[in-house]
Design a protein around this ligand. Sequence first.
Ligand code: ADP
Ligand code: MG
Length: 259
Amino acid sequence: IKQPMPLLKIQNLTLHFGGLRAIDGLDFNLYKNEILSIIGPNGAGKSTLFNVISGIYKSDQGRIIYKAQDISTLKPHMVAKAGIARTFQNLRLFNDLSVIENIKVSRFCRTKAFFPAVILNLKSNQREEKETGEKVRTILDMFGKRLTGYRYNQKVSQLSYANRRRVEIARAMATDPEILLLDEPSAGMNPQETEEITGFIKTLRDQFGYTILVIEHKLNLVKAVSDRVIVMDYGKKICEGSYEDISRNPLVIEAYLGK
Ligand code: ADP
Ligand code: MG
């Protein structure tokens, strides 16, 4: 059987912070339409991996191939433009802007709108403005009763923590990505909110067709959404496989589940 082409190929990726190898010779593939989870203890290098893929940090070694293009030297806005969007473990929203404004700002990599014009609400191009408005509402409406219309013009600082996490995902979706990188999407959520976001992540793949790489600590979520799981420790991949496979692996139990 011929293996399908990976959508994203990580090859021998390495990044040091001084003497610390935060990522150490990492190799893995992400295939189109899959949900691949990355788990591992705190400090394993998971968020750093997202920072390297999204162009925030530059690797010391290795390659990141996205659809036959080496994207490892691209700046963050070019990675977004290429089709890879991310959320942050520590939310990075503009707290003094409204929900809608936060999402419009991230959309600017797809429109010709001048960044300050988005914030100042200058209507530079009416057709584009209308399209953006519709797009943003469509994305936000997906969160249903949790993030309903009257909240769209509220400042992010007025939202619950769970809703801020939802806006963070909406913000990533607004760049029209093919790949979504979600860094601990359920962090700070209660069990009910975690269950909802679990279903939502599956919807993002099943109905919206995103390919998803997700970092998570909550194993119920990982078990429910993942086609495959990669376990990292000390910047390295210690194993890879189905949730059932990795949860039986003694290396994983030692590195992660046993801690
Ligand atoms: P994880 O997300 O798996 O918990 P991180 O990727 O955040 O881990 O961090 C991996 C390691 O790299 C940790 O030891 C962390 O302290 C270190 N690290 C992360 N970012 C930086 C940075 N900007 N400067 C120095 N060290 C960093
Ligand atoms: Mg992290």
